[in-house]
Design a protein around this ligand. Structure first.
Ligand code: TYM
Length: 331
Protein backbone atom coordinates (compact mmCIF):
# COMPACT_ATOMS: atom_id res chain seq x y z
CA UNK A 1 0.00 0.00 0.00
CA UNK A 2 1.70 3.16 -1.22
CA UNK A 3 1.44 6.41 0.64
CA UNK A 4 0.93 9.48 -1.56
CA UNK A 5 1.13 12.92 0.01
CA UNK A 6 1.07 16.51 -1.15
CA UNK A 7 0.33 19.99 0.18
CA UNK A 8 -0.42 23.51 -1.00
CA UNK A 9 0.37 26.62 0.98
CA UNK A 10 -2.32 29.30 1.37
CA UNK A 11 -0.43 32.30 0.04
CA UNK A 12 -2.73 33.26 -2.81
CA UNK A 13 -5.51 32.02 -5.04
CA UNK A 14 -4.99 28.52 -6.42
CA UNK A 15 -3.96 28.88 -10.07
CA UNK A 16 -3.78 26.74 -13.19
CA UNK A 17 -0.12 25.88 -12.42
CA UNK A 18 -1.04 24.44 -9.02
CA UNK A 19 -3.94 22.58 -10.57
CA UNK A 20 -2.08 21.03 -13.49
CA UNK A 21 1.21 20.49 -11.66
CA UNK A 22 -0.10 19.04 -8.41
CA UNK A 23 -3.86 18.84 -7.82
CA UNK A 24 -4.88 17.08 -11.02
CA UNK A 25 -2.25 14.31 -10.78
CA UNK A 26 -2.93 13.91 -7.07
CA UNK A 27 -6.67 13.49 -7.63
CA UNK A 28 -6.02 11.03 -10.45
CA UNK A 29 -3.83 8.89 -8.20
CA UNK A 30 -6.37 9.03 -5.37
CA UNK A 31 -9.16 8.01 -7.71
CA UNK A 32 -7.49 5.09 -9.42
CA UNK A 33 -5.01 3.16 -7.32
CA UNK A 34 -5.38 1.55 -3.95
CA UNK A 35 -2.98 3.82 -2.15
CA UNK A 36 -3.44 5.93 0.94
CA UNK A 37 -3.58 9.58 -0.11
CA UNK A 38 -2.86 12.40 2.30
CA UNK A 39 -3.51 15.88 0.92
CA UNK A 40 -3.24 18.90 3.14
CA UNK A 41 -3.27 22.66 3.48
CA UNK A 42 0.26 23.72 4.39
CA UNK A 43 -1.01 26.65 6.44
CA UNK A 44 2.03 27.02 8.68
CA UNK A 45 4.18 27.19 5.58
CA UNK A 46 1.86 29.96 4.40
CA UNK A 47 2.40 31.82 7.66
CA UNK A 48 5.96 32.56 6.60
CA UNK A 49 4.44 34.87 3.94
CA UNK A 50 0.95 35.91 5.10
CA UNK A 51 0.62 37.65 8.41
CA UNK A 52 -2.81 39.20 8.01
CA UNK A 53 -5.21 37.20 10.16
CA UNK A 54 -8.30 37.42 7.96
CA UNK A 55 -6.39 36.85 4.76
CA UNK A 56 -4.62 33.84 6.24
CA UNK A 57 -7.92 32.38 7.39
CA UNK A 58 -9.74 32.96 4.11
CA UNK A 59 -6.88 31.68 1.97
CA UNK A 60 -6.65 28.50 4.03
CA UNK A 61 -10.34 27.81 3.50
CA UNK A 62 -9.97 28.70 -0.14
CA UNK A 63 -7.37 25.96 -0.67
CA UNK A 64 -9.64 23.46 1.07
CA UNK A 65 -12.70 24.53 -0.94
CA UNK A 66 -10.67 24.24 -4.14
CA UNK A 67 -9.73 20.61 -3.53
CA UNK A 68 -13.29 19.72 -2.57
CA UNK A 69 -14.80 21.54 -5.54
CA UNK A 70 -12.47 19.66 -7.87
CA UNK A 71 -13.73 16.35 -6.60
CA UNK A 72 -11.56 15.34 -3.66
CA UNK A 73 -13.53 12.69 -1.79
CA UNK A 74 -12.85 13.02 1.94
CA UNK A 75 -13.82 9.36 2.40
CA UNK A 76 -10.97 8.28 0.15
CA UNK A 77 -8.36 10.91 0.97
CA UNK A 78 -7.07 11.99 4.34
CA UNK A 79 -7.57 15.71 3.98
CA UNK A 80 -6.37 18.03 6.72
CA UNK A 81 -4.86 21.27 7.83
CA UNK A 82 -1.19 20.97 8.71
CA UNK A 83 -1.60 23.12 11.84
CA UNK A 84 -4.13 20.62 13.24
CA UNK A 85 -1.43 17.93 13.44
CA UNK A 86 0.98 18.99 16.21
CA UNK A 87 3.12 15.88 15.73
CA UNK A 88 4.44 17.45 12.52
CA UNK A 89 5.96 20.37 14.42
CA UNK A 90 7.50 18.19 17.06
CA UNK A 91 9.14 16.08 14.39
CA UNK A 92 10.21 19.23 12.60
CA UNK A 93 12.21 20.32 15.64
CA UNK A 94 13.85 16.91 16.01
CA UNK A 95 14.80 16.93 12.34
CA UNK A 96 16.12 20.49 12.54
CA UNK A 97 18.63 19.33 15.15
CA UNK A 98 20.03 16.88 12.60
CA UNK A 99 20.02 19.23 9.63
CA UNK A 100 23.04 21.30 8.74
CA UNK A 101 22.61 25.02 8.31
CA UNK A 102 24.50 24.75 5.02
CA UNK A 103 21.73 22.62 3.56
CA UNK A 104 19.23 25.39 4.32
CA UNK A 105 21.55 28.00 2.78
CA UNK A 106 21.25 26.15 -0.51
CA UNK A 107 17.47 25.72 -0.45
CA UNK A 108 16.10 27.76 -3.33
CA UNK A 109 13.21 29.61 -1.67
CA UNK A 110 15.66 31.21 0.73
CA UNK A 111 18.57 31.39 -1.68
CA UNK A 112 16.64 33.28 -4.35
CA UNK A 113 15.72 36.05 -1.88
CA UNK A 114 19.23 36.06 -0.47
CA UNK A 115 20.81 36.39 -3.92
CA UNK A 116 18.38 39.09 -5.01
CA UNK A 117 19.15 41.10 -1.87
CA UNK A 118 22.84 40.87 -2.63
CA UNK A 119 22.28 42.05 -6.20
CA UNK A 120 20.38 45.04 -4.85
CA UNK A 121 23.17 45.79 -2.41
CA UNK A 122 20.90 45.11 0.59
CA UNK A 123 21.67 43.04 3.64
CA UNK A 124 21.40 39.50 2.27
CA UNK A 125 18.80 38.40 4.83
CA UNK A 126 16.42 41.34 4.38
CA UNK A 127 12.83 40.09 4.47
CA UNK A 128 13.80 36.56 5.51
CA UNK A 129 12.17 35.13 8.62
CA UNK A 130 13.27 31.89 10.27
CA UNK A 131 10.15 30.12 9.02
CA UNK A 132 11.18 30.78 5.45
CA UNK A 133 14.75 29.79 6.19
CA UNK A 134 13.86 26.42 7.72
CA UNK A 135 10.88 25.88 5.42
CA UNK A 136 12.32 22.67 3.91
CA UNK A 137 12.67 21.06 7.35
CA UNK A 138 8.99 21.52 8.08
CA UNK A 139 8.24 20.14 4.65
CA UNK A 140 10.46 17.13 5.39
CA UNK A 141 8.45 16.56 8.58
CA UNK A 142 5.20 16.78 6.56
CA UNK A 143 6.46 14.09 4.25
CA UNK A 144 8.42 11.77 6.56
CA UNK A 145 5.92 11.60 9.40
CA UNK A 146 3.56 9.63 7.17
CA UNK A 147 6.20 7.38 5.57
CA UNK A 148 5.26 8.86 2.19
CA UNK A 149 6.37 6.93 -0.87
CA UNK A 150 5.28 9.41 -3.52
CA UNK A 151 4.93 13.18 -3.51
CA UNK A 152 3.21 14.62 -6.61
CA UNK A 153 4.50 18.17 -7.14
CA UNK A 154 5.58 20.69 -9.76
CA UNK A 155 9.22 21.14 -10.64
CA UNK A 156 9.83 23.93 -8.13
CA UNK A 157 9.31 21.49 -5.26
CA UNK A 158 11.72 18.79 -6.43
CA UNK A 159 14.58 20.22 -4.42
CA UNK A 160 12.45 20.20 -1.28
CA UNK A 161 11.56 16.53 -1.71
CA UNK A 162 15.24 15.76 -2.25
CA UNK A 163 16.07 17.61 0.96
CA UNK A 164 13.45 15.51 2.77
CA UNK A 165 15.20 12.42 1.45
CA UNK A 166 18.58 13.70 2.63
CA UNK A 167 17.19 14.44 6.07
CA UNK A 168 15.60 10.97 6.27
CA UNK A 169 18.88 9.35 5.28
CA UNK A 170 20.71 11.37 7.90
CA UNK A 171 18.30 10.26 10.61
CA UNK A 172 18.42 6.63 9.50
CA UNK A 173 22.20 6.69 9.52
CA UNK A 174 22.40 7.89 13.09
CA UNK A 175 19.46 6.07 14.66
CA UNK A 176 18.89 3.08 12.38
CA UNK A 177 16.30 2.50 9.72
CA UNK A 178 13.24 4.60 10.60
CA UNK A 179 12.00 6.72 7.73
CA UNK A 180 11.07 5.69 4.23
CA UNK A 181 12.85 7.66 1.52
CA UNK A 182 10.22 9.58 -0.48
CA UNK A 183 10.21 10.10 -4.25
CA UNK A 184 8.65 13.02 -6.08
CA UNK A 185 6.26 12.46 -8.96
CA UNK A 186 6.72 15.11 -11.61
CA UNK A 187 5.30 14.92 -15.09
CA UNK A 188 7.94 16.46 -17.34
CA UNK A 189 5.28 17.88 -19.67
CA UNK A 190 3.51 19.82 -16.97
CA UNK A 191 6.28 20.36 -14.43
CA UNK A 192 6.43 24.07 -15.13
CA UNK A 193 3.20 25.64 -16.31
CA UNK A 194 3.99 29.07 -17.74
CA UNK A 195 2.16 32.17 -16.57
CA UNK A 196 0.75 35.11 -18.55
CA UNK A 197 4.22 36.50 -19.27
CA UNK A 198 5.78 33.15 -20.18
CA UNK A 199 7.73 32.77 -16.93
CA UNK A 200 6.70 30.02 -14.49
CA UNK A 201 3.15 30.69 -13.28
CA UNK A 202 3.65 31.80 -9.71
CA UNK A 203 1.86 33.78 -7.04
CA UNK A 204 5.09 35.69 -6.48
CA UNK A 205 5.38 36.77 -10.14
CA UNK A 206 1.82 38.07 -10.31
CA UNK A 207 1.32 36.27 -13.60
CA UNK A 208 -1.26 33.67 -12.61
CA UNK A 209 -4.59 32.58 -13.98
CA UNK A 210 -6.56 31.73 -10.82
CA UNK A 211 -8.77 28.65 -11.19
CA UNK A 212 -12.05 30.07 -10.03
CA UNK A 213 -12.33 33.54 -11.49
CA UNK A 214 -15.70 34.68 -12.86
CA UNK A 215 -15.93 33.70 -16.55
CA UNK A 216 -15.51 37.27 -17.80
CA UNK A 217 -12.31 37.77 -15.86
CA UNK A 218 -10.99 34.37 -16.89
CA UNK A 219 -11.49 35.42 -20.48
CA UNK A 220 -9.63 38.68 -19.93
CA UNK A 221 -6.71 36.88 -18.34
CA UNK A 222 -6.49 34.30 -21.11
CA UNK A 223 -6.43 37.14 -23.62
CA UNK A 224 -3.35 38.48 -21.84
CA UNK A 225 -1.26 35.35 -22.45
CA UNK A 226 1.86 36.48 -24.23
CA UNK A 227 2.21 35.27 -27.83
CA UNK A 228 4.68 35.98 -30.62
CA UNK A 229 4.05 38.06 -33.73
CA UNK A 230 3.42 35.22 -36.19
CA UNK A 231 0.75 36.56 -38.62
CA UNK A 232 -2.83 35.28 -38.11
CA UNK A 233 -3.00 32.92 -41.10
CA UNK A 234 0.49 31.50 -40.74
CA UNK A 235 0.86 27.88 -39.57
CA UNK A 236 1.92 27.67 -35.92
CA UNK A 237 3.81 25.13 -33.91
CA UNK A 238 1.50 23.71 -31.25
CA UNK A 239 4.38 22.12 -29.37
CA UNK A 240 5.95 25.44 -28.44
CA UNK A 241 2.68 27.22 -27.70
CA UNK A 242 1.65 27.93 -24.12
CA UNK A 243 -1.97 28.22 -25.23
CA UNK A 244 -1.86 24.72 -26.71
CA UNK A 245 -0.15 23.36 -23.60
CA UNK A 246 -2.98 24.63 -21.41
CA UNK A 247 -5.64 23.57 -23.89
CA UNK A 248 -4.49 19.95 -23.72
CA UNK A 249 -5.18 19.83 -20.00
CA UNK A 250 -8.82 20.77 -20.30
CA UNK A 251 -10.00 19.34 -23.62
CA UNK A 252 -10.99 15.88 -24.88
CA UNK A 253 -8.53 14.00 -27.15
CA UNK A 254 -10.75 14.75 -30.16
CA UNK A 255 -10.78 18.46 -29.35
CA UNK A 256 -7.01 18.43 -28.94
CA UNK A 257 -6.55 16.78 -32.34
CA UNK A 258 -8.82 19.32 -33.93
CA UNK A 259 -7.02 22.21 -32.24
CA UNK A 260 -3.68 20.81 -33.38
CA UNK A 261 -4.86 20.77 -36.97
CA UNK A 262 -5.96 24.37 -36.68
CA UNK A 263 -2.48 25.32 -35.52
CA UNK A 264 -0.89 23.55 -38.46
CA UNK A 265 -3.31 25.17 -40.90
CA UNK A 266 -3.00 28.61 -39.34
CA UNK A 267 -5.13 30.04 -36.54
CA UNK A 268 -4.91 33.56 -35.19
CA UNK A 269 -3.71 33.91 -31.60
CA UNK A 270 -6.96 35.68 -30.82
CA UNK A 271 -8.99 32.70 -32.01
CA UNK A 272 -6.70 30.26 -30.22
CA UNK A 273 -7.23 32.17 -26.98
CA UNK A 274 -10.97 32.20 -27.53
CA UNK A 275 -10.97 28.42 -27.94
CA UNK A 276 -8.77 27.99 -24.90
CA UNK A 277 -11.19 30.08 -22.89
CA UNK A 278 -14.13 27.94 -24.07
CA UNK A 279 -12.61 24.65 -22.91
CA UNK A 280 -11.20 25.95 -19.64
CA UNK A 281 -14.45 27.65 -18.79
CA UNK A 282 -16.57 24.62 -19.64
CA UNK A 283 -14.30 22.39 -17.58
CA UNK A 284 -14.31 24.66 -14.55
CA UNK A 285 -17.92 25.80 -14.61
CA UNK A 286 -19.30 23.17 -12.24
CA UNK A 287 -16.30 23.15 -9.86
CA UNK A 288 -16.49 26.96 -9.75
CA UNK A 289 -20.13 26.80 -8.65
CA UNK A 290 -19.26 24.30 -5.93
CA UNK A 291 -16.30 26.41 -4.86
CA UNK A 292 -18.38 29.58 -4.60
CA UNK A 293 -21.01 27.73 -2.62
CA UNK A 294 -18.45 26.40 -0.15
CA UNK A 295 -16.83 29.81 0.24
CA UNK A 296 -20.14 31.44 1.25
CA UNK A 297 -19.83 29.67 4.59
CA UNK A 298 -16.45 28.01 4.69
CA UNK A 299 -16.82 26.84 8.29
CA UNK A 300 -18.87 23.98 6.82
CA UNK A 301 -15.49 22.61 5.73
CA UNK A 302 -14.26 22.37 9.32
CA UNK A 303 -15.95 19.04 10.00
CA UNK A 304 -14.17 17.49 7.04
CA UNK A 305 -10.81 18.95 8.01
CA UNK A 306 -11.21 17.97 11.66
CA UNK A 307 -12.00 14.42 10.71
CA UNK A 308 -8.99 14.41 8.38
CA UNK A 309 -6.73 15.68 11.16
CA UNK A 310 -7.99 12.91 13.43
CA UNK A 311 -7.07 10.28 10.84
CA UNK A 312 -3.72 11.92 10.12
CA UNK A 313 -2.83 12.05 13.80
CA UNK A 314 -3.73 8.38 14.18
CA UNK A 315 -0.96 7.63 11.67
CA UNK A 316 1.45 10.29 12.88
CA UNK A 317 1.39 9.64 16.62
CA UNK A 318 2.75 6.06 16.59
CA UNK A 319 5.57 7.03 14.23
CA UNK A 320 6.50 10.04 16.32
CA UNK A 321 6.55 7.76 19.34
CA UNK A 322 8.92 5.43 17.54
CA UNK A 323 11.16 8.37 16.63
CA UNK A 324 11.21 9.55 20.24
CA UNK A 325 12.23 6.11 21.42
CA UNK A 326 15.06 6.09 18.92
CA UNK A 327 16.45 9.42 20.06
CA UNK A 328 16.25 8.40 23.71
CA UNK A 329 12.92 9.73 24.97
CA UNK A 330 11.54 6.61 26.61
CA UNK A 331 8.13 7.76 27.78
P1 TYM B 1 2.88 25.74 -3.48
O1 TYM B 1 1.73 26.08 -2.61
O2 TYM B 1 3.79 26.83 -3.90
O3 TYM B 1 2.37 25.03 -4.79
C1 TYM B 1 1.50 23.91 -4.74
C2 TYM B 1 1.85 22.92 -5.84
O4 TYM B 1 1.71 23.51 -7.13
C3 TYM B 1 2.89 23.29 -7.88
N1 TYM B 1 3.10 24.42 -8.80
C4 TYM B 1 3.28 24.30 -10.14
N2 TYM B 1 3.30 23.22 -10.94
C5 TYM B 1 3.49 23.44 -12.26
N3 TYM B 1 3.65 24.67 -12.82
C6 TYM B 1 3.61 25.79 -12.04
N4 TYM B 1 3.74 27.00 -12.59
C7 TYM B 1 3.43 25.62 -10.63
N5 TYM B 1 3.35 26.48 -9.59
C8 TYM B 1 3.16 25.73 -8.47
C9 TYM B 1 4.00 23.23 -6.85
O5 TYM B 1 5.15 22.59 -7.35
C10 TYM B 1 3.32 22.45 -5.76
O6 TYM B 1 3.38 21.06 -6.01
N6 TYM B 1 6.19 23.79 -0.29
C11 TYM B 1 4.97 23.50 -1.02
C12 TYM B 1 3.82 23.07 -0.12
C13 TYM B 1 4.16 21.90 0.74
C14 TYM B 1 4.29 20.55 0.34
C15 TYM B 1 4.60 19.81 1.51
C16 TYM B 1 4.18 19.91 -0.91
C17 TYM B 1 4.37 21.94 2.08
N7 TYM B 1 4.64 20.67 2.55
C18 TYM B 1 4.82 18.43 1.47
C19 TYM B 1 4.40 18.52 -0.95
C20 TYM B 1 4.70 17.80 0.24
C21 TYM B 1 4.57 24.75 -1.78
O7 TYM B 1 4.95 25.83 -1.41
O8 TYM B 1 3.72 24.55 -2.82
Amino acid sequence: NEIVLTGIKPTGKVHLGNYIGAIKPALQIAGTSDCTSLYFIADYHGLTFIQDRDEFNTLSYSIAATWLALGLDPDRVIFYRQSDVPEIFELSWILSCLTSKGLMNRAHAYKSIHDKNEQLGLDSDTGVNMGLYTYPILMAADILLFQSDKVPVGKDQIQHVEIARDIAEGFNRIYGDTFKLPDYIVDEKTAVIPGLDGRKMSKSYNNTIPLFEPAEHLKKLINKIKTDSTPPQAPKNPDTSNIYLLYKEFATPAQVQDFRNKYLNGISWGDAKQELFQVVNAYLEEPRKKYNKLMVAPVQIDDILNEGARKARAIAAPLLKKVKLKIGRYN
